[in-house]
Design a protein around this ligand. Structure first.
Ligand SMILES: Nc1nc2c(c(=O)[nH]1)N[C@H]1C(S)=C(S)[C@@H](COP(=O)(O)O)O[C@H]1N2
Ligand SMILES: [Mo]
Length: 301
């Protein structure tokens, strides 16, 4: 089923884990020495990386578990209990099992990353995240040789997530990445923003951020991470297969069937909110284009 989304990957095509061992070195070499991530790959490619205000980032959200309006998450997500929190890591890993959020926070190296978030609905923001590389968490669990994809699942708790009482989407929200995308040094798990713990409306206590993909790939409030040899189903692909593909790479040259993806509205500034050109891979082309070499990106949207 879903043959349309199948890719031609074989085990040999999935980049071996070994090459990621030098990922910190790789990222550092992309940035001016000593400036850390204040000069990010996207900035090097000419993207505007002036952060949005804390107010914008926490009041204009998509989190359908709390309703479909942009202000619903800020209004209703406060009731979500995010502590204690446990993430189940299972599937093709050496050390499966539940891991507590406290354990994750004490074992992962938390860094700041300023990333652009580009929504499929053609708006964008720049967000100063705190988080860690997903690769570090996956290496902690021990990825087995047969693994080729990573599947993610959001909490299912309708008592605290009123949107889940309505058939807006198939609950729980699910997402997936190819293993090489998941292991890429730009792919992070966010635990905070603007130096504060992650606000509930932004996906507390743990959400994925994949900056070269449309925002819907960045699944919030994650409770399960599964390593698998099959391309996982994803909530938005199930909801609208012609509109939302598995890859969902930001691409100004491939329109959504109902609107252009060539430009975007930068959230903030009220009436003066600017329209800017959308960049290939959201400005991260130098870092990620090689993941898709030889693939037809109009076919694999
Ligand atoms: N569980 C869950 N994750 C989700 C969503 C959602 O509705 N539920 N919305 C996605 C969409 S469409 C976008 S654009 C981003 C928005 O992230 P932000 O609100 O932190 O800006 O979250 C993504 N993650
Ligand atoms: Mo989105």
């Amino acid at each position: 089923m879903a043959g349309r989304w199948k890719n031609d990957l074989t085990l040999d095509d999935v980049t071996p884990r070994g090459i990621y061992l030098n990922r910190r070195q790789m990222l550092t070499s992309l940035t001016a020495a000593g400036l850390g991530l204040s000069v990010s790959p996207a900035a090097a490619q000419g993207a505007d990386l002036e952060p949005n205000t804390f107010e914008d980032i926490t009041s204009y959200n998509n989190f359908y578990e709390f309703g479909t309006g942009k202000s619903d998450p800020a209004e209703y997500a406060g009731q979500l209990t995010t502590s204690p929190w446990t993430v189940e890591i299972d599937g093709l890993v050496d050390r499966p099992g539940p891991v507590s959020m406290d354990d994750i926070l004490s074992r992962m190296e938390i860094e700041e990353r300023i990333y652009r978030l580009r929504c499929v609905e053609a708006w964008s923001m720049v967000i100063p995240w705190q988080g860690f590389e997903l690769a570090d968490l996956l290496e902690m669990a021990g990825v087995q040789d047969g693994a080729q994809f990573v599947a993610f699942q959001t909490l299912l708790r309708p008592e605290e997530m009123p949107g889940q009482k309505r058939p807006i989407l198939d609950w729980p929200y699910i997402e997936g990445l190819r293993l090489d995308e998941a292991m890429h040094p730009l792919t992070i798990m966010a635990t905070g923003l603007y130096g504060k713990p992650l606000p509930n409306q932004n996906g507390a206590p743990l959400r994925l951020v994949v900056p070269w993909k449309y925002g819907f790939k960045s699944i919030k409030s994650i409770v399960r991470i599964t390593l698998t040899d099959r391309q996982p189903e994803t909530t938005w692909n199930l909801a609208g297969p012609d509109e939302y593909g598995f890859y969902a790479n930001v691409n100004p040259n491939v329109d959504h069937p109902r609107w252009s993806q060539a430009t975007e509205r930068r959230v903030g500034g009220g009436l003066f909110s600017r329209r800017i050109d959308t960049m290939m891979f959201n400005g991260y082309e130098d870092e990620v284009a090689s993941l898709y070499r030889g693939m037809d990106l109009a076919e694999n949207y």
